[in-house]
Design a binder for this molecule. Sequence first.
Ligand code: GDP
Length: 298
Amino acid sequence: AKLKDKLAKTRDVLNTPIEDFFITKTELTEDSLEELEETLITADMGVNTVMDLMEPITEKVNKKQITNSKELRAALTDAMLDLIKPVHENKELPNKKPLVIMVVGVNGVGKTTTIGKLAANFKKQGKKVMLVAGDTFRAAAVEQLEIWAQRTGVQIVRHRDNSDPAAVAYDGVAAAEARGMDVVIIDTAGRLHTQVNLMEELKKIRRSCHKSLPGSPHETWLVIDANTGQNAVSQAKLFHEAIGVTGMVLTKVDGTAKGGIVVSICHDMDVPIRYIGLGEKAEDLREFEAREFIKALF
Ligand code: GDP
């Protein structure tokens, strides 16, 4: 119920028109399907995704296999689940010690907050967590990460401001190994205006991790802001092409009207959504559950 409350806006955008179908349309026409398509696009599912989702449904409507709104809704739910679930199957985290997770994303999406939440989450599972302050470009980012480390009672490795992020990553991973950590979470820069340099920097951090601990980083998670809708999808594709993303965290899902991008992301990329952010506090992070999410959307 709590998730549903937090997803209220998404539910309003999606649910109200569908509810209207129930009330106003006893017979489904091509017009009503078009209206539904528009509604889904408004919820940021992306035009291509909506077309692909609606094609088999439209066919069923034409063949009178779907004759009312209730059946339409059920078919839509199933179609979305069919799209999202395979992306999330058999996506267990690798069993590594330490498990090295590099976290990327553009500034402002909630990357630092997410790292803090992840630290709290792993710690709650009894894991020893180390944070690595790899966003050496912004002094404020390092300070904020330090606050999260204190708040959650986990260790942190940082260098002086403007030092080489790849060097911090190298040391952080080495220190985590030496100190018997279970999880290492590496923060990285996210300045948008010099994207090419940013991607090169992220690649360098990856190489540096690998030098420190072969095979690491084991996971590269991209943090995206749900409210940026289709822009978030383009961002995700950019990062994925440049550095290879293995998981995503969707932030600010509380109060967003754009939760539909989950469907769009799963349609366009074979990368699981690991967590969703539902607020600013440490406990406001949830593992992504396809069925629960789709239920909350409707
Ligand atoms: P960064 O620049 O990507 O590191 O972003 P920050 O972690 O500093 O977050 C930017 C702002 O978004 C801060 O005010 C956070 O409190 C807020 N924020 C982060 N995650 C969430 C979330 O899931 N929900 C809400 N409502 N706010 C969030």
